[in-house]
Design a binder for this molecule. Sequence first.
Ligand code: FMN
Length: 193
Amino acid sequence: MTFNDRTTPLTLLQTRRSGKPRDLVAPGPSPAQLDEMVAIAARTPDHGKLAPWRFVIVPDEARPALALKLVEILRAENPDATPRDEEAAAQFATQAPALVVVLSAPVQPHKVPLWEQELSAGAACMNLLHAAHAMGFAGGWLTGWPAYSDAVRDLFGGAGQRIAGFVFLGTPARPLEERPRGELAQIVHRWNP
Ligand SMILES: Cc1cc2nc3c(=O)[nH]c(=O)nc-3n(C[C@H](O)[C@H](O)[C@H](O)COP(=O)(O)O)c2cc1C
């Protein structure tokens, strides 16, 4: 199985795989391609037409500033952070050619349950990955400590929002390989009343 078979809509869906962000290299999507990807990602099912997500594109020239901010926040939140941890934080911010931060931005209070709005944010991330794949790129969806830091969240959004994922985009440095998948017999059932 190859992970770049985009010949039909079905093979496109069947062959999408994530790329490890640290192994994604140029070419990455252009600013216009990023705009197109997020426009596709915004076509995500969402109960109540609330658009409970935000996409924050981090432009190339802003990636070093993000690295500095992450290191600063790491130091403030974790006094025991080692130089190695700081290096990892900087590397996190600057890996892969492009980065889109997806925020869950639920409308609260609202009759549409929070859970449903959060599910929609996850679906938006998935839709972004599919759009990237369809446009010839690979994506990698990461969280890690920065996704759970309010200070990091505040760089991109505000109170009541959460980082659903850092979606890194680019071209795999080497061919992607399949990973173990859930056994369909275990995860798919036919309901029998
Ligand atoms: C919400 C979420 C957060 C994730 N965070 C991480 C992460 O921080 N580090 C990591 O190595 N993989 C993380 N992953 C896993 C990868 O994004 C990806 O699912 C995995 O590498 C294989 O994906 P594939 O089935 O698309 O090929 C996360 C996945 C999800 C859904």
